[in-house]
Structure formats: structure tokens, C-alpha cells
Design a protein around this ligand. Structure first.
Ligand SMILES: NC(=O)c1ccc[n+]([C@@H]2O[C@H](COP(=O)([O-])OP(=O)(O)OC[C@H]3O[C@@H](n4cnc5c(N)ncnc54)[C@H](OP(=O)(O)O)[C@@H]3O)[C@@H](O)[C@H]2O)c1
Length: 276
């Protein structure tokens, strides 16, 4: 088993492992196999969502691992239909039932969906659930600075903002807003889905210098900025590779060279136009 990922302290008191196993786009059966293998390798954080349709697979994988519930940190997310105080409560109950748990460690508004303009209500609903102990931490995903500003105006600071981040999409302004408010940034699609940048000399040179793979260098670049990351792999071998990043450090020059790969290319989806 690899060493466990270090914990990142969230502002509400919970502690979140810095590496999560991403589970999209796996179905229940694939997710159960992947989660069981990942937990056996030392993962202690699983990233899922109502929208992925695989929360039951997460439950099955945890059951097969034999680990006690409290040893596994579960992040899940809810869809736009639940953006109201009652809706968030119903979404939490449904996710808990599918996950086979009493509490969710981190519950995220999956997309702001500004067209329906109810994401502030959704975050208020999350705050009530945290107060009651139904969830341990509250957060958002795909929120831009303007969406966060309205949540701050309501007197609530999310604990996590899960966003698309990789060396070609570094989102410096959004990361700065997160940091200024003590919001932990979690990188999704952290490897760019096996993106071409893995072959860039800035990454392959660091990989050669440290005896690591390009994917390990990129994941190290994420966590060395203080961020969490949720790489997805169905392969037990690549899962282990993606967790084995805590025994080396990139130099400041290597970090800067990787950050300089940002092309300014658009994200996969613009959260002002896309959501579910
Ligand atoms: N909040 C959101 O709106 C949102 C949106 C998208 C994704 N996510 C979350 O983020 C997770 C990860 O994102 P993602 O799946 O889009 O992309 P990703 O993690 O960047 O890449 C996954 C792809 O890379 C491959 N891979 C994994 N480890 C590798 C390695 N060490 N070397 C080479 N290739 C490797 C995987 O193949 P194998 O499986 O064959 O290893 C898979 O094809 C998702 O699973 C989901 O949990 C969240």
C-alpha cells in the first residue's frame, strides 16, 4: 500500500485527503471495482456525484474494502433540480441512501446554473445541513468569482471550490479568490484526461530529474500549490502511480515552467452557459 495522502484542513473543521479518486465516467460496477482497488492502495477520498449515476458503486467499493466508514472521505455533488433549502435536504437524503451512509463528508453544488439563479439558496441549504451535522463540509464546484461573490454576500464561505485545473488551464484569478477566502481548491480533470501536455519538455524533464512519471509530476504540481486533486483511473496500477507523489518535491523553477504551459485555452464548459 502507498503512503496515505496528507490531509488538507477545511475551514469548518473537517480534514480532506489531498488526493481523491475521481469516478466519472464509470458505471456502478466499474466504480465498485475501482473504489475497492483504490482503497486497498491507500486512497481515502472518493469523488462522486448524483449526476455520475455511480454512488451505489462507491458504496459497494467501500463495503468490499472492509474499511470503517469514518476512514473514507466521500465527496458528492447535487444537480440543479435541488437548488432550494428543501431541495438540498432531499438531495442529501437521496445521496446518503445510495451511498449507504448517514453523513456526507463534503457536499457540493455541482454547477451554479445561473440561468435559474438559485445557487445562493442551494448554498444556504448546505449551511443548514452542516449545522445539523448531516454533512461535515460544504462546497461548490465550477463557481466563478462572480458566483462566489454572491455567496459571500449571503454571509457564507464555501469550504471547497472544485474546478477544472491543469497546466494548460491554471485559472489564476479564480484560485486567488479561493485562496483569499480560505476556500480549498480541488482540481478536476487534473491530468487533462491524459492530455498532450504530459509530453511537454517542462513536464518530461522534471519527471526524468525526479525518477517519476509525467502524470506524477503534474499531480505533484497540483498538490504542491496547496490544492487537492481528483485524478480518475480505473487501473489499479495507475491509481497507485497517481497516489505515489508525496516522496519528492518540484523545484520553484520546475513549478514555474509547468505553470507557464497555460495556453489561455477555454475550459471544457463555461459555467455561465452549462450546468446540470
Ligand atoms: N466537478 C465537476 O464538474 C467535474 C467535471 C469533470 C470531472 N470531475 C471529477 O474529476 C475526476 C477526474 O477528471 P477526468 O476523469 O475528467 O480527467 P483526468 O483525471 O484528468 O483523466 C482521466 C483519464 O486519464 C487516464 N489516466 C489516469 N491516470 C493516468 C496516468 N497516471 N497516466 C496516464 N493516463 C492516466 C485515465 O485512464 P484510466 O482510467 O484507463 O487510467 C482517464 O482516461 C472525474 O472522474 C470526476 O470525479 C468533476
Amino acid at each position: 500500500m502507498s503512503a496515505l495522502a496528507p490531509l488538507i484542513q477545511l475551514r469548518g473543521g473537517a480534514a480532506m485527503p489531498a488526493i481523491a479518486l475521481g469516478t466519472w465516467p464509470m458505471n456502478d460496477a466499474e466504480t465498485a471495482d475501482a473504489v475497492a482497488a483504490a482503497l486497498a492502495s491507500g486512497y481515502r477520498h472518493i469523488d462522486t456525484a448524483e449526476n455520475y449515476g455511480n454512488e451505489r458503486g462507491v458504496a459497494e467499493g467501500i463495503r468490499r474494502s472492509g474499511l470503517p466508514r469514518e476512514d473514507v472521505f466521500i465527496t458528492t455533488k447535487f444537480n440543479r433540480a435541488w437548488h432550494s433549502a428543501d431541495g438540498v435536504r432531499a438531495a442529501a437524503e437521496a445521496s446518503c441512501a445510495r451511498l449507504g451512509v448517514d453523513t456526507i463528508d463534503l457536499f457540493l453544488v455541482h454547477w451554479p446554473n445561473p440561468d435559474q439563479d438559485r445557487y445562493v439558496e442551494a448554498v444556504r441549504g448546505l449551511a443548514a445541513l452542516r449545522e445539523e451535522g448531516r454533512i461535515r463540509a460544504l462546497g461548490v464546484s465550477n463557481f466563478k468569482p462572480a458566483h462566489l461573490a454572491r455567496v459571500f454576500d449571503a454571509g457564507i464561505v464555501p469550504e471547497v471550490n472544485q474546478i477544472q485545473l491543469d497546466p494548460q488551464h491554471t485559472q489564476p484569478e479564480l484560485q486567488a479568490v479561493n485562496r483569499a477566502h480560505g476556500i480549498v481548491t480541488t482540481a478536476y480533470t487534473p491530468l487533462g484526461r491524459g492530455g498532450a501536455f504530459l509530453a511537454d519538455p517542462a513536464i518530461t524533464a522534471a519527471a526524468a530529474a525526479h525518477g517519476k512519471t509525467p502524470a506524477q509530476v503534474v499531480l505533484r504540481w497540483h498538490v504542491q500549490q496547496g490544492n487537492a486533486a481528483a485524478p480518475k483511473s480505473a487501473s489499479p496500477e495507475r491509481q497507485r502511480e497517481n497516489l505515489d507523489i508525496f516522496d519528492f518535491a518540484l523545484t520553484a523553477a520546475e513549478m514555474a515552467a509547468i505553470t507557464a504551459l497555460d495556453t489561455g485555452a477555454p475550459l471544457h464548459h463555461d459555467a455561465d452557459d452549462f450546468g446540470h
